[in-house]
Design a protein. Structure first.
Length: 192
């Protein structure tokens, strides 16, 4: 899969996590890929992992003048969750036992603003705000989200040089309505 030319998401994810690990070590911080909107069940699971950083891919915004070069910005989101046990103010400022949300946001924004990843692109923070988990209340939990972009450019034309075996190496199997019909790799022109 690493040789497939259209893999900006798969290339960017480990770079983002590696960058976050500079200041958010595995102990005590959990970093996981999550959907951009957590269900209540998913939120209940990750809040137990506090301090938690969820990494969500939210979309892609291509440049309007792409041509044969697919370029633009991948849209990413961090979901920051921390829980404290020593009072309401500590969830923001922290205490001797737990980090506060203010510090998590400050550090994450510094780590991701204007970073150039050689050969991959540049990150830019676009929005940071506090959020609530719909259907969940706990005075000891603080939640924030940090949205950022990660620029990319990839040669879409490179796929034209690929052979069928290159695509088969991706390991993708399509099952449409349980059909066992043979899949044809030729495009049939519409009949008039």
């Amino acid at each position: 899969m690493d040789s497939f030319p259209l893999t900006p998401i798969r290339n960017q994810e480990p770079l983002i996590i590696e960058r976050l690990r500079i200041a958010f070590p595995k102990n005590p911080f959990t970093i996981e890929r999550v959907p951009q909107v957590l269900s209540l069940g998913e939120f209940k699971r990750v809040v137990k992992l506090s301090p938690f950083i969820g990494l969500a891919w939210t979309g892609m915004k291509p440049d309007p003048d792409n041509g044969r070069m697919l370029k633009g910005n991948m849209l990413w989101r961090l979901i920051l969750i921390n829980s404290v046990s020593s009072g309401l103010e500590a969830r923001f400022k922290g205490d001797k036992y737990d980090i506060g949300m203010d510090a998590m946001v400050d550090v994450a924004s510094v780590l991701l603003q204007g970073v150039s990843f050689d050969g991959q692109g540049v990150t830019n923070v676009t929005l940071i705000n506090s959020v609530i988990a719909d259907g969940w209340t706990d005075d000891n939990v603080a939640i924030a989200q940090l949205d950022f972009t990660f620029s990319f450019a990839t040669r879409a034309a490179a796929t034209g040089k690929m052979q069928p075996d290159d695509f088969e190496a991706l390991g993708i199997t399509w099952s449409v309505n349980g059909s066992a019909e043979t899949v044809y790799d030729e495009v049939q022109p519409p009949q008039e």
